[in-house]
Design a protein around this ligand. Structure first.
Ligand code: ZN
Ligand code: ZN
Length: 119
């Protein structure tokens, strides 16, 4: 369920500053992104919703925070499994190591790959 951005009233353009221009917070954010300091501040995309007019959902925020923990959890469980198998059923050890390697690789790849896209 998308929620309308309260900051820009779902228009996607910040008009909270003087004379319908962008507010100081949104302007500062655009300055950080490379906007020239003497550029006009009117018609700037809203910095809260990034110009989409839709506020980030609480569940999405939660998901972004939980994903790293899930990755960490999977890696821990996988490592525990590897240690367990290393001292237990040695015949399946190489298979388990291959599986564990693939799992850890895909998890770290997903986590760090996704993280890199956002920056
Ligand atoms: Zn907005
Ligand atoms: Zn603003």
């Amino acid at each position: 369920m998308p929620t309308e951005c309260k900051h820009c009233e779902a228009s996607g353009t910040c008009k909270n500053g003087l004379d319908g221009s962008a507010c100081a917070a949104c302007h500062a954010m655009h300055l950080l992104k490379g906007l020239a300091s003497d550029a006009p501040t009117n018609g700037l995309p809203c910095g809260i919703c990034k110009g989409t007019g839709i506020a980030e959902l609480f569940t999405e925020k939660l998901q972004n925070r939980i994903v790293p923990f899930i990755s960490l959890f999977i890696i821990t469980v996988t490592l525990a499994l590897v240690f367990y198998l290393a001292y237990g059923a040695s015949q399946q050890q190489s298979e388990a190591l291959t599986l564990a390697g693939t799992l850890v690789g895909s998890v770290t790849g997903y986590y760090f790959g996704g993280k890199g896209k956002n920056t």
